[in-house]
Ligand binder design. Structure first.
Ligand code: F0G
Length: 452
């Protein structure tokens, strides 16, 4: 049950089917090119698309816009310390800004960085610092009903160290929840093991904490030791093993923009903090605003505290679970158990007649828009060329934004797509135009139905 009610609303409209088909054609069969006013239920991302509370809007009005020593920075510093346990704070305009600040200071040419699975921007920042990002997910992570399929395979990290030498591994990173692996959670037991391996290698242990509150909820649900703890207690405990966090406030900060690096107040991290501070000033802005307006710092300070409230996070996880059930009940192959922020659909299994070269995931994204004005995102062969990743389509739920009727609409839309599939009416796609950097093609490439 939603533990909030609406006070401000945004009207949305479902264009008719002919209009949707024309929009799709105009967008080059790429959902990133659709206007949001033409989208009925927008599940492109959970990042920065959520709804703020009245307390956050009130905080916004009291934002202190001072260049240095802002009162809003002090509020955020307190919140990060209370909720996450990190005393030293460098705000950034969003998660990737924080990654640039931290990884640029921590990682050098020729290094290797293991991570349970790098999110795209993390991978890009590690690579940009001249290092090699190495994914170390647990074997067969998505093959079964694992409770903590997001875990880091610490054995793979040790193997990497044997191969390249511990001195070439400056950081061990764990991303909670594991966005690139169906939003699956990471256990506290695994975070403890990651701490241990970081100590063995004399590496800094970094947690990408974008979805730390959702992860804490799963830990409480599934790890015996925490059965009686509050989500707020687990949230702190799971982060207590890390030296540093990189955070996108657009997720569990419950804001539309913002991020930060948090560091523990430990003399051994003084040098890293100094280097990161210099980069923060160079790339983000003075250290008490870091690319954000004071009002946005203030709203995030409130959002972080709300993210670990029981009623908020229970409703959040339940809503994602509900969408997963609605789809599974209709025979849609979704990854289960569902993660914290999104439902992931196996497009290879849903559209088995469309070969990989014709982008079944992207074809499904287009059909969801055509049949119901629903916008999803492909995270398979179109987004990640030359990889052997599963052909996934992600339906990410913005926080505190849609209701049960919207979820029903999404499920009904899948039914309509299945009918068209069974009638042999869905064709694959081919690329007409793509940017030079193939890794970025899903943002801007243009496609057309095969044979048109
Ligand atoms: N780390 C993870 C795990 C993320 O999911 C994201 C963003 C970032 C870092 C970067 O944060 O967008 O604030 O710069 N994920 C969004 C998504 C974009 O749709 O999954 P950012």
């Amino acid at each position: 049950m939603r533990a909030y009610k609406s006070k401000v609303v945004t009207p949305i409209r479902l264009p008719d089917r002919d209009e949707r088909a024309a929009n799709l054609e105009r967008a080059g069969y790429n959902a990133f090119n659709l206007d949001s006013s033409d989208v009925f239920v927008d599940l492109l991302t959970d990042s920065g698309t959520g709804t703020m509370s009245d307390a956050q809007w009130a905080a916004l009005m009291r934002g202190d816009e001072a260049y240095a020593g802002s009162e809003s920075f002090a509020r955020l510093e307190e919140a990060v310390s209370d909720v996450m346990g990190f005393e030293r704070l460098l705000p950034a305009h969003q998660g990737r800004g924080a990654e640039n600040v931290l990884y640029g200071a921590l990682v050098s040419e020729g290094d290797y960085v293991p991570n349970n699975t790098h999110f795209d921007t993390t991978r890009a920042h590690v690579a940009n610092a001249g290092a090699e990002p190495v994914d170390c997910p647990v074997e067969g992570a998505l093959s079964g009903d694992r409770e903590f399929a997001g875990d880091l395979d610490v054995g793979k990290v040790r193997d990497l160290a044997d191969e390249v030498g511990a001195d070439r591994i400056p950081a061990v990173v764990v991303t909670i929840t594991n966005n690139s692996l169906a939003g699956q959670p990471v256990s506290v037991e695994n975070l403890r093991a990651a701490r241990e391996v970081a100590d063995e290698l004399d590496a800094t242990f970094v947690v990408d904490a974008c979805r730390f509150a959702e992860n804490a909820y799963f830990v409480r649900e599934r790890e015996e030791e925490f059965a009686d703890a509050s989500v707020a207690e687990v949230a702190r405990e799971q982060l207590s093993y890390a030296d540093a966090v990189v955070m996108s406030g657009k997720k569990d900060g419950l804001v539309n923009v913002g991020g930060f690096v948090g560091l523990r107040d430990d003399p051994e991290l003084d040098d890293l903090f100094e280097r990161a501070r210099e980069r923060a000033i160079l790339y983000e802005g003075f250290t008490t605003y870091g690319g954000m307006a004071g009002r946005d710092l203030a709203a995030m300070a409130v959002g972080l505290r709300e993210a670990v409230e029981e009623r908020y996070v229970a409703d959040r996880v339940a809503q994602v679970r509900r969408l997963g059930e609605l789809l599974a009940d209709r025979g849609v192959p979704v990854h289960r158990p569902t993660g914290g922020h999104a439902v992931y659909v196996d497009a290879d299994a849903f559209l088995p007649e469309i070969p990989r070269e014709e982008f079944p995931g992207q074809a499904l994204v287009c059909e969801l828009y055509r049949e119901g004005g629903v916008r999803a995102v492909e995270l398979g062969s179109f987004a990640f060329p030359d990889s052997d990743r599963p052909e996934l389509v992600r339906l990410a739920l913005p926080r505190r934004t849609y209701g049960a009727d919207h979820l029903e609409h999404v499920a009904e839309t899948f039914e309509k797509v299945a009918e068209r599939r069974d009638a042999g009416e869905i064709s694959g796609l081919e690329i007409v135009e793509e940017p030079e950097m193939a890794e970025l093609r899903h943002f801007s490439a243009e496609l057309r139905p095969v044979g048109e």
